[in-house]
Design a protein around this ligand. Structure first.
Ligand SMILES: C[S@@+](CC[C@H](N)C(=O)[O-])C[C@H]1O[C@@H](n2cnc3c(N)ncnc32)[C@H](O)[C@@H]1O
Length: 432
């Protein structure tokens, strides 16, 4: 298949076969026009898409050649530079969303940026079909630039191109101090050097830089968009049959977007969204009136304990545990950290209030054991993102199982609900 062959003719045959399969199984062919993105849900189309992307990547490596490949990787941060400038200059907001073009001079007047800077940024972005030059000196949206306006996506772009981009260059110096072994503490890495702080990313963003914190909460509402329609509500069937009044605790649930979707879909659920102060207030403010009797927000620090126990409770953690190094997730004895607080591992606290009918649902990527061209680019990117921002990591299924066991000997995986075409999954765990 595409990942194995170096034969360009074979690759071109793979591409043409999969183009046919793809086109005959999607409702409309993909377009660069600024129309809303349509997720690929059909099985055949999704498989063809995967094969196409793999074959195209192989063609680019072969035909581009080794020097272009490694130089491109080494300087890829300038793509981020261009995207950051586009974000800061608010280019996407000032180009008409109906697809009509805007003259360079008008765009400069609206954004306050110089024509020269806009042109330089547009050169980099149009290379990837993000915006298009429709005639010399006229720019319009493409599907790639229009998505920047989707709620949450812009916030996510801000989070990546701002605090994450500023932190990444510090990673090598931070790791070198410890012989390239990540330390056990999440307050001693690249983010801390970049922002000159002893607080972890969340503590910093919610106390020292509240706009950064608010943007991050918004960003999390879009974090799943790139992974397609694989989510708790669509996938995890046992919730449908749960008895009326069953409690779902969304631990580190942000502003409640997942709990709200779950309560809307399953009238039998009562949801409690736990997070830290500022996030909880933001979530309460945005809670739809009709859900106020079934969704509540609760301030709780997950390192300090889990106040909700009892039979049949679902403890849901989406993109929480990948934020933290192993001891912070699974240590069953208290951790003492610099401020002198006594804290424990997130999973250990949950295990201590569970019974055999309760479940932990870990909604995270499950990193593939194998590596190579078939690897999932997003999971690998997130693994680095976690390393840089909070000394967390993406984990394989074996690592998840070991982490559960070290949090509490009795914790075992009941079932892994896996997406077919990416690394998304929900790990259901229980007390044995
Ligand atoms: C990566 S976000 C995930 C948010 C949400 N679960 C989602 O998937 O969109 C991590 C969340 O953990 C929260 N958090 C960080 N430290 C926390 C702590 N010590 N106790 C409780 N929540 C915390 C953050 O405020 C944030 O909402």
């Amino acid at each position: 298949m595409a990942a194995k062959t170096e034969d360009l003719t074979e690759l071109s045959n793979i591409i043409s076969t999969n183009v046919k399969n793809y086109l005959s199984h999607v409702p409309t062919p993909p377009t660069l026009r600024p129309t809303p993105p349509v997720p690929v849900t059909d099985e055949v189309a999704a498989e063809a898409r995967e094969q196409l992307l793999l074959a195209c990547r192989r063609v680019i490596s072969l035909v581009g050649g080794p020097i272009e490949t490694v130089m491109g990787m080494s300087a890829a941060f300038h793509q981020t530079t261009a995207m950051k400038l586009a974000y800061d200059m608010k280019l996407a907001h000032n180009v008409p969303l109906d697809g009509s073009p805007i003259a360079l001079g008008e765009l400069a007047a609206k954004t306050g940026a110089s024509e020269e800077t806009i042109v330089r940024v547009m050169r980099a972005l149009t290379l990837q079909d993000v915006f298009v030059e429709t005639a010399p000196g006229y720019f319009a949206h493409t599907s790639g630039s229009a998505v920047i306006g989707i709620p949450g996506i812009e916030a996510l772009i801000g989070h990546w191109t701002d605090e994450s981009f500023a932190s990444a260059p510090h990673i090598s110096d931070a790791l070198r101090e410890n012989n390239f072994q990540p330390p056990e503490d999440s307050r001693k890495l690249a983010f801390n050097r970049a922002f000159d702080t002893n607080k972890n990313f969340f503590e910093y963003a919610y106390t020292e830089d509240k706009p950064m914190g608010a943007r991050f909460s918004q960003a999390m509402t879009a974090a799943g968009t790139a992974r397609g329609p694989y989510n708790l509500v669509a996938v995890y069937e046992p919730l449908r049959a749960a008895p009326k009044g069953t409690t779902l605790v969304d631990i580190g649930g942000g502003i409640g977007h997942v709990a709200i979707a779950a309560a809307q879909k399953f009238p039998n659920l009562n949801c409690v969204v736990q997070d830290i102060g500022m996030v909880v207030s933001e979530g309460r403010d945005g809670l739809p009136e009709e859900l106020k009797d079934r969704v509540e927000f609760q301030e709780n620090d997950f390192f300090k304990g889990q106040p909700i126990g009892g039979p049949g409770v679902y403890y849901y953690l989406r993109h929480i545990l990948h934020d933290h190094p192993d001891p912070w997730v699974s240590l069953s004895r208290p951790i003492s950290w610099e401020k002198g607080d006594s804290l424990g591992g997130i999973l250990s606290h949950i295990a201590s209030v569970m019974d055999s009918s309760s479940r932990i649902l870990i909604d995270e990527d499950i990193m593939n054991e194998h590596m190579g061209p078939e690897g999932n680019k997003m999971t690998i990117t997130l693994d680095f993102q976690m390393l840089v921002m909070c000394n967390g990591k993406e984990r394989t299924e074996a690592q998840w199982a070991a982490l559960l066991k070290s949090a509490d000997e009795r914790l075992v995986i009941e079932k892994v609900w896996r997406a077919k075409r990416n690394d998304s999954g929900i790990i259901e765990a229980r007390l044995a």
